[in-house]
Design a protein around this ligand. Structure first.
Ligand code: FEO
Length: 393
């Protein structure tokens, strides 16, 4: 039998998850430069044993072996489903088949999801609601509903005896490296990137959840992706800022340029903002990791988008970038749209329409035919100075 690392993160609480070192894409969309992990935890009480979440498809055998290292899987009593997304729930059927007495524990919304994805029979499900708990003997699992973090059914599980919070996706980070936060030097930027990709569209629900956690004693946060926090304050403080939508004096500039015209407008804007003391993050969407864009959106106060016109609309990569920005619902307040065309425009108009739901104050737009002239660049500088004043305002 293969042997695995199964760390005991607190007395009789074990990490039994899986590390996906080589995964390089999530949701067929977001690059994962450091892979990810699917964390699951086994909690052994004096009388009952519970498993919190499962793993991504493909890791079932490894998962089973890890559980058996600690406690016979067939003796499992409860399988807690904090979240129904398959990266945490796909092994539910596998586990329930091997553990004939175990019941699935989830919220009412979770039950519906479990039926859609896993076809679990009624008698194998126990529904819990806010404040309900399970006594394992010397260890208690208490449940808190935390909808939309990241799907409608999500919940948190809290273990008061050890003061551990199991919040599933919330507070996660996509990296396979490390078991605990102290092992990863750049963990907060990774967590921020993850927040931008996964949690930013649900900032309000995140703020509500943080408010619920205020009165809870939390000594450890054990999320479903990335390292476990022995120092929860660090990530909780960061989440307080990110969920509140606090922005920095920073402009995110994303663009595509085919023959240099849009690029020249963008460079002029960037240099103007830098001269005005604004931090700039610049990404050419033809060559950039979209995860970095998501990360910078978390606290950028302005978004500048540059795109040439291709076949009467935006360049397809700029269209993809703009659609993602719209979907992630960043807290940015100001926007600028820059573009170019050869014979018929349309890109800047389309960019404005796509970003309209964000309610950005569009400080200015410039669209040039062919190459930018001196007057065009002067206009970009003026818009840049006005944008800087508003951002500092
Ligand atoms: Fe990690 Fe929403 O699943």
């Amino acid at each position: 039998m293969e042997s695995y690392n199964v760390p005991e993160i607190a007395g009789n609480v074990f990490w039994v998850g899986a590390k996906d070192w080589n995964r390089r894409l999530f949701d067929a969309l977001i690059p994962l430069p450091e892979g990810t992990s699917y964390n699951a935890y086994l909690v052994k009480g004096e009388e009952k044993t519970a498993l919190i979440d499962t793993v991504n498809p493909g890791f079932e055998k490894e998962f089973e072996t890890k559980i058996n290292t600690v406690s016979g899987l067939e003796k499992l009593d409860y399988l807690i489903m904090n979240h129904a997304e398959p990266d945490h729930s796909s092994a539910i059927r596998y586990i329930l088949e091997k553990a004939p007495n175990a019941v699935l524990v989830t919220t009412e919304r979770g039950v519906k999801m479990a039926r859609i994805y896993h076809d679990i029979p009624e008698e194998r499900i126990r529904t819990v609601a806010e404040g309900d708990s399970l006594d394992l003997g010397g260890k208690t699992l208490r449940f808190m509903e935390a909808p939309w973090l990241h799907w409608p059914e999500t919940m948190f599980t809290y273990l008061p005896e050890d003061k551990i919070l199991f919040p599933c996706d919330f507070f996660g980070a996509h990296t396979a490296q490390g078991t605990f936060d102290e092992e990863i030097e750049d963990l907060i930027p990774l967590a921020k990137r993850y927040f931008g990709e996964i949690m930013m569209p649900f900032r309000k629900m995140g703020a509500k959840a943080l408010d619920k956690l205020k009165d809870l004693e939390i000594e450890m946060i054990a999320p479903s992706h990335g390292p476990i926090y022995k120092n929860p304050k660090r990530i909780m403080d960061a989440y307080a800022k990110w969920t509140a939508g606090e922005t920095e004096n920073k402009a995110l500039v994303v663009y595509v340029s085919m023959w240099g015209s849009t690029g020249e407008l963008v460079r002029t804007m960037v240099e103007t903002l830098l001269k005005e003391g604004i931090e700039v993050r610049l990404y050419d969407l033809a060559v950039s990791d979209i995860g970095n864009v998501a990360q910078e959106l978390v606290d950028s106060r302005a978004v500048v988008l540059g795109t040439p016109t291709v076949l009467a609309g935006m360049h397809p990569l700029a269209l993809h970038g703009a659609s993602l920005i719209k979907a992630l619902k960043p807290p940015a307040k100001y926007g600028v749209l820059l573009g170019s065309y050869g014979w018929g425009g349309g890109a800047v108009k389309q960019a404005g329409e796509i970003l309209a739901p964000l309610n950005l104050e569009v400080v200015g737009t410039v669209q040039v035919k062919g190459r930018a002239g001196a007057e065009d660049l002067k206009k970009v500088e003026e818009i840049g100075r006005e944008l800087a004043q508003k951002m500092k305002g």
